[in-house]
Write a protein that binds this ligand. Structure first.
Ligand SMILES: [Zn+2]
Length: 483
């Protein structure tokens, strides 16, 4: 059976504010259970919430970056339901007039050769719930309110994603954009990026959507992809066996790598939304919106496109560079000063330079590396003045001090010997001591040249120019052959 996959997402992104959504408690992951909560975020009767302006600002940034319209008058509503991690008996969310409506996320597919716009319904602000901890050992449950009242945005998409791969690209784009804007750190292990995923299947090309099932509260991106692939398989098997899909809500078990049915989906959940009388209508002027819009700068997806277009970088390299503003700056300045293919600069930054930064646990700005020195070093490799191996040693020094790579190469004896006469002398000696080289070469075993180059390099302590050496050896063998 040929089936189309339809996926819609509700992405929860915890905001990186200093304090919680409606009180001044610290917004910080972890800590001793119930050590950062107060009477407001634990929902004591008679307390009044106080809206966090920073959260509204961050949500505004997120909405503008994802091309939403901004409601100049936004309201907060109570979403009523009972759960032990929600002590008020309701969550303060947005229903009637959410801060951001419409919009889209542009995702890049097939190694950046294609793009697709995934339309959004809205982005609204709400508060997170506390955390239930179920202890099998003690046969009881605990509750930690440290997360209760942490601000988050919910990004609601239309059902327009058609594969796990598209969903992954969508989530990665959101994650990169939120990190870049400082809206959220999107730390998967701390649960600051979570999704509710709706999946349905329909006959290929059919205009009618199939029955959808929802996978609740999946953490991160790879998990979500696995959960969706698993759900597509489950629904395909049901449909192929001629049965009908039952609308259910599923729970994803990351450790077991499988989902289980939590409950049958209720027809319509009635939350009895009404405007929260404790939070005033928030008015945001057009000028304020425009000011935030101007402050956004170049977004990650725009950066990736530009790096591919202007420098011919691969999608992967452009994506990796786009995650780090300092790396982009180094890359662009290096590429502009050098006479080499920009990809070479990207390779060094993604390769040895990133490795050294990781090992030392520092940022690029903590190192002494300048674009001029990096550029000179790559030029030296291209001109056969140093080998790639030597450059690996040189780049370590360049990160520790602002010094010319030429000086480092001289000091450390890393300059390649390109002097024809001295190389020829050594090559002659090697050929004289190893007469089998000439013989084997003449018998057609041209691989033997590699051995001869290796022998010369040993005598030169690895400093010979291998390309030149090969040429010289070949020349010597051919000349002798004629004698
Ligand atoms: Zn509090």
């Amino acid at each position: 059976m040929d089936l189309d996959v339809v996926i819609g997402l509700e992405v929860h992104v915890e905001l990186k504010t200093r304090s919680k959504m409606y009180c001044s408690c610290k917004n910080e992951f972890g800590g001793v259970a119930n050590s950062h909560c107060c009477e407001i975020c634990t929902g004591m009767p008679g307390t009044l919430p106080n809206l966090n302006k920073e959260a509204v600002q961050l949500a505004l940034k997120a909405g503008l970056a994802l091309n939403c319209e901004i409601n100049n008058r936004t309201t907060f509503d109570r979403k009523n339901y009972f759960y032990p991690d929600l002590p008020k008996g309701y969550q303060i969310s947005q229903n009637e007039a959410p801060l951001c409506v419409g919009g889209f996320v542009e995702i890049l597919l097939n190694n950046g050769t294609q793009s697709k716009k995934i339309n959004l319904v809205q982005i609204h602000l709400e508060e997170d719930a506390g955390k239930m901890i179920h202890s099998a050992a003690e046969d009881r449950s605990f509750i930690d309110f440290n997360r209760s009242g942490v601000p988050l945005i919910e990004i609601v998409s239309k059902p327009e994603l058609s594969s796990a791969a598209e969903m992954k690209a969508y989530l990665e784009t959101i994650m990169n954009t939120m990190r870049y804007l400082g809206v959220s750190d999107c730390k998967v292990e701390e649960g600051s990026l979570r999704e509710d995923i709706n999946v349905s299947l329909k006959p290929n090309g059919s205009p009618h959507l199939g029955v959808r099932c929802e996978i609740k509260n999946v953490g991160g991106i790879n998990n979500a992809a696995r959960a969706v692939e698993c759900e597509i398989r489950r629904q395909t098997e049901i449909l192929e066996s001629g049965k009908e899909i039952e609308p259910v809500t599923l729970r994803w078990d990351e450790e077991a790598n499988k989902s289980s049915v939590m409950r049958k989906k209720d027809a319509v959940v009635e939350y009895r939304y009404f405007q929260d009388p404790d939070i005033p209508v928030i008015e945001i002027s057009k000028e304020e919106v425009e000011e935030v819009r101007k402050s956004l700068g170049e977004l990650p997806v725009q950066k990736v496109k530009r790096l591919m277009r202007d420098y011919g970088l691969t999608f992967t390299d452009a994506g990796l560079l786009a995650e780090d503003q300092e790396k982009i700056q180094l890359f662009e300045a290096t590429a502009k000063t050098g006479e080499f293919a920009p990809q070479k600069a990207a390779n060094w930054i993604q390769g040895d330079i990133s490795r050294i930064l990781n090992e030392k646990n520092i940022r690029l700005s903590d190192s002494k590396l300048t674009p001029q020195n990096l550029s000179k070093m790559i030029n030296m490799i291209d001109q056969n003045k140093i080998s790639n191996t030597a450059a690996k040693i040189i780049v370590e020094r360049l990160m520790q001090e602002d010094i010319s790579p030429e000086i480092v190469a001289q000091q450390e004896g890393l300059l390649q010997l390109s002097d024809q006469n001295s190389l020829k002398e050594i090559a002659e000696a090697v050929l004289a001591e190893n007469p089998q080289v000439t013989k084997l070469f003449q018998e057609g075993k041209t691989n033997i040249l590699g051995f001869a180059v290796g022998e010369c390099m040993k005598r030169l302590n690895g400093r010979g120019n291998p390309v030149l050496l090969k040429e010289i050896i070949l020349d010597l063998i051919l000349t002798r052959g004629e004698v």
